[in-house]
Design a protein around this ligand. Structure first.
Ligand code: SF4
Length: 281
């Protein structure tokens, strides 16, 4: 029998961090790794090590994939270096290394810049044929037929499940990385996909991880309304929270149905209290 390749996915955690990022009540499953796992061919064995719950200990792998926000990246580089030194191929992705790929290249054999969906299949193929490249540039794909993350790989200790319904933002706030990483186009997943995935989440509490659930058009607001109505129609009983821009307050019907569909909290992005700053963003 031929040996299966093993992909080790790691969600790193800096133990020096304090506050919400460490609090079991406010952490969310590593969705990017769940999506990467879903995109990996079936013949691969996959293990996900999540430092939100267990401190990493060394284990064998053929390919190692690590994602990191800036708050996690020092630990991510530490772990990538362990495998790189042993000659095991390491791939890093996520927002920090996408912004600083030269920095990441010192620690990882390959860096995925941007959203990984469009290049992960090629990367796996290149690895299998011994031609792994130093960089892969992801493209922004429409979110139709997006793979559902492999939630079966997530640690069962998460209090919150998570789902993403959109990516991208048409605004250009200069302190924000969303438009640089996910693009200016507001890309939305089909309502059915969103609610199917929402329904499968085992947790009773869900965080909708979109940077701005409501968007800026009537079409995007109508889509949120449709999602809420579908949650109600299916009788799904979950409590959820999300993030949105202030204009969600203009959509009374959306707020009404969101509350009926289980919405308990909305994080509002109050980018500035100065009108001229808001207008120039
Ligand atoms: S509106 Fe929000 S998500 Fe969009 S660029 Fe500004 S801060 Fe980022």
């Amino acid at each position: 029998m031929t040996k299966r390749n093993k992909l080790l996915l790691i969600n790193p955690l800096s133990t020096k961090r304090r506050g919400l990022i460490r609090d079991q009540q406010s952490i969310f499953p590593p969705m990017a790794l769940g999506i990467i796992a879903a995109l990996t061919p079936e013949q691969w064995e996959i293990e996900l090590v999540d430092e939100n719950f267990e401190r990493f200990t060394y284990r064998e792998a053929d390919l190692v994939g690590i994602t990191a926000l800036t708050s996690q990246v020092t630990r991510a580089y530490e772990l990538a270096s362990i495998y790189k030194e042993k000659g095991i191929s390491t791939v890093m992705g996520g927002i920090h290394v996408s912004m600083l790929p030269d920095e990441a290249a010192q620690y990882a054999d390959s860096v995925v810049i941007g959203e990984a969906e469009s290049v992960w299949g090629t990367l796996i193929h290149d690895f299998e044929s011994g031609t792994l490249k130093k960089r892969y540039q992801g493209n922004l794909l429409p979110l139709v037929d997006s793979p559902f993350p492999r939630i079966d790989l997530y640690h069962p200790g998460y209090v919150f499940g998570s789902v993403q319904t959109t990516r991208g933002c048409p605004m250009s706030c200069d302190f924000c990385s969303v438009h640089t990483f996910n693009g200016h186009q507001y890309r939305a997943r089909p309502v059915k996909d969103v609610v199917d995935e929402f329904e499968k989440i085992p947790q009773q509490k869900v965080y909708i991880v979109d940077d701005n659930l409501i968007g800026y058009t009537k079409k995007s607001a109508d889509r949120v309304l449709e999602i809420c109505r579908e949650i109600i129609r299916r009788g799904i009983k979950k409590d959820w929270l999300c993030a949105a821009s202030m204009n969600i307050a203009d959509h009374e019907e959306v707020l009404h149905y969101a509350a009926k569909a289980g919405c308990k909290m909305i994080f509002l992005g109050i980018e500035s209290e100065l009108i001229d700053q808001l207008e120039s963003a």
